[in-house]
Design a protein around this ligand. Structure first.
Ligand SMILES: [Zn+2]
Length: 137
């Protein structure tokens, strides 16, 4: 499976971090880590935006994270209209990186609160596509 299979809609078909999709298929949430400055990036980046180094390596994230904030989307971009309304969250992973991702449908939004534990996990989509989401722990 190539990067063209990532996400509900493919905005790009090629990337220098194509292995990201293969890791997701295996159930692994992988970030990139800059070998020069040590910063983690998720989604993965082939080049460090901080020091422009291309010397990056893969690092698996545990998926354990805490909710920082969230919002509910009522007007969606192209391809996401059928999901409305849906919620997007910003979480802090235990490895320190902040991640922006949608809630899984299994998250009871009546019980959502800042600081709650969530788990970042791969999500299979129709037509052999794949993405990631935040699940209830
Ligand atoms: Zn760096």
């Amino acid at each position: 499976m190539s990067f063209s299979s990532f996400g509900k809609i493919g905005y790009v078909s090629e990337t220098k971090v194509e292995d990201f999709v293969r890791f997701l298929e295996k159930g692994k949430i992988m970030a990139t880590k800059c070998r020069r400055c040590g910063k983690l990036y998720f989604p993965p980046r082939a080049d460090c935006p901080d020091d422009l180094s291309s010397d990056v390596t893969w690092q698996e994230l545990s998926g354990h994270c805490k909710l920082l904030t969230f919002t509910t989307v009522y007007f969606a971009p192209t391809g996401f209209q059928d999901d409305l309304p849906y919620s997007l969250a910003l979480v802090q992973c235990e490895e320190g990186v902040k991640v922006f991702a949608p809630f899984s449908k299994d998250v009871d939004e009546g019980k959502v609160h800042i600081g709650m534990n969530l788990r970042l996990a791969p999500k299979k989509l129709p037509n052999r596509r794949i993405t990631y989401e935040l699940k209830q722990t």
